[in-house]
Design a binder for this molecule. Structure first.
Ligand SMILES: CC(=O)[C@@H](O)[C@H](O)COP(=O)(O)O
Ligand SMILES: NCC(=O)COP(=O)(O)O
Length: 240
């Protein structure tokens, strides 16, 4: 079954808005795993707008599922992840001022850089994933980086889902098949939600993991975290 990694960036956003420790990010990570999350994802951005460096160290010992840390592989980021040693690092090409992640890597242009970074992470015993779009050449070059996985950037799917879901999913099915053919495993994330997740998972049945944060935390404001995680997990159950 496709694993659900809950991204708790937005819990930290709420906490930081008042400068205290409510909601408690570590408590939410513990409870999210108790409620069925298969992993916890964080994206410690350089400006610490939500997840802070301190959070990453505080979270590590309470992760009994999988810890996925996303980010641009700056020297500071690499020092952090090699220190913390999460199960997986997802490399994202975001510039420091990015509002959110809005593109995957040009793996052809950055091949040598990514090969070096992935070599360092693998040497540290960390599974690697590259955040990527559906350009088939980028998928092929991702395989040349020696990464374990790619994470398909799903915002274009989410934003076109309501208009025409068959059209929206097509490039992702093609890219996912090309990735598997190139020996890569496939993750996915960004703007996945209760509305669009089930169809995405049905059409790409070999998906290893989805990481979901913004919509899931927003849904938790209405349904509560436990019910919300259950609802998202239900979207990932494969029909017999
Ligand atoms: C890589 C990705 O698509 C998301 O995890 C992104 O990291 C979300 O970042 P924000 O929570 O800062 O929007
Ligand atoms: N890698 C995607 C992720 O972790 C969460 O993205 P979003 O659900 O907050 O858009």
């Amino acid at each position: 079954m496709t694993k659900l990694s809950v991204n708790i960036n937005k819990v930290a956003t709420l906490r930081n808005s008042r400068g205290g420790s409510i909601p408690n990010v570590v408590r939410v990570a513990i409870d999210a795993q108790d409620f069925g999350a298969d992993g916890i994802t964080v994206h410690p951005r350089p400006d610490e707008r939500h997840i802070r460096r301190r959070d990453v160290f505080d979270l590590r010992p309470v992760i009994r599922t999988e810890f996925n840390i996303e980010g641009y592989p700056s020297p500071e980021f690499m020092e952090l992840v090699k220190n913390v040693k999460p199960h997986q690092v997802t490399l994202v090409p975001d510039p420091p001022e990015a509002l959110t992640s809005s593109a995957g890597w040009d793996t052809k242009l950055h091949l040598s850089f990514l090969q070096d970074i992935i070599g360092e992470l693998k040497e540290a015993g960390i599974r690697t994933s590259i955040f990527i779009g559906t350009d088939l050449e980028h998928i092929l070059y991702a395989a040349k980086t020696n990464t374990d996985r790619v994470e398909l950037y799903t915002e274009p799917y989410a934003s076109n889902y309501a208009k025409d879901r068959e059209k929206a999913i097509e490039p992702f099915v093609e890219a996912a098949n090309a990735a598997v053919k190139a020996g890569l495993m496939v993750n996915a994330g960004h703007d996945l939600s209760l509305e669009n997740l089930k169809y995405f998972n049905e059409r790409i049945p070999f998906l290893k993991e989805v990481s979901i944060g913004h919509a899931l935390i927003a849904d938790a404001l209405y349904f509560g975290l436990e019910k919300t995680i259950r609802l998202y997990k239900e979207q990932l159950v494969k029909e017999k």
